[in-house]
Design a protein around this ligand. Structure first.
Ligand code: SF4
Ligand code: SF4
Length: 141
C-alpha cells in the first residue's frame, strides 16, 4: 500500500501551535491603514453642498434644504468611500470600526443627524434669522 505524500506535512503541523485568532476571546486581527469602516459624519463641518448625495451609489444620504445639511442611514452603506473623497470640508470620514452587527436595522449607530437634532438646528437657525432681522431694523432706525 502506498502512503499519502501528505503524511509528513500533517505530522509536522500537529506539533505546531494553532494559527487561528480565537475571536472574541482575543482581540480581532488589526485593520490596515486607510481601512474603510463605519462612516462618521461631522454635522458642524457640513456646508450642505450635496456632493455626497450625488456620488453615493447606495442612496445613504438625504439632503435637508431647510437646514442645509444631510441625514444619513449607514445601514445601506457599501463602504466605497466616494463620499469621503468628494466632501470639500472633510465632514465625512471612514473609521476603523467594523463590528457593526445589530438586531435593529435602524439602530442609533447607523443614523446620523436624528429628528430631534434637526428640529434643534431648525430652531437655532430661526432664532439667528430673527436676531439678524432685528439688528437690521435697529440699524435702519
Ligand atoms: S461610503 Fe460609499 S456607499 Fe457609503 S455612504 Fe459613502 S458613498 Fe455611500
Ligand atoms: S459633501 Fe460634505 S459638505 Fe457636502 S453635503 Fe455632503 S457632508 Fe456636507
Amino acid at each position: 500500500m502506498r502512503l499519502s505524500p501528505l503524511i509528513p506535512t500533517v505530522l509536522r503541523n500537529l506539533a505546531k501551535k494553532p494559527a487561528t485568532n480565537l475571536f472574541p476571546k482575543m482581540e480581532p486581527v488589526p485593520v490596515p491603514e486607510n481601512f474603510r469602516g463605519r462612516l462618521i459624519y461631522d454635522v458642524d463641518k457640513c456646508v450642505g453642498c450635496r456632493m455626497c448625495v450625488t456620488v453615493c451609489p447606495a442612496g445613504v444620504f438625504v439632503y435637508l434644504p431647510e437646514v442645509r445639511k444631510v441625514t444619513l442611514w449607514t445601514g445601506r452603506c457599501v463602504f466605497c468611500s466616494q463620499c469621503v473623497d468628494v466632501c470639500p470640508t472633510n465632514a465625512l470620514k471612514m473609521s476603523d470600526e467594523f463590528l457593526l452587527a445589530s438586531y435593529d436595522k435602524y439602530d442609533e449607530k447607523f443614523i446620523w443627524f436624528k429628528e430631534e437634532e434637526i428640529e434643534e438646528l431648525k430652531k437655532k437657525l430661526e432664532e439667528q434669522k430673527k436676531a439678524k432681522e432685528a439688528a437690521k431694523k435697529a440699524e435702519n432706525k
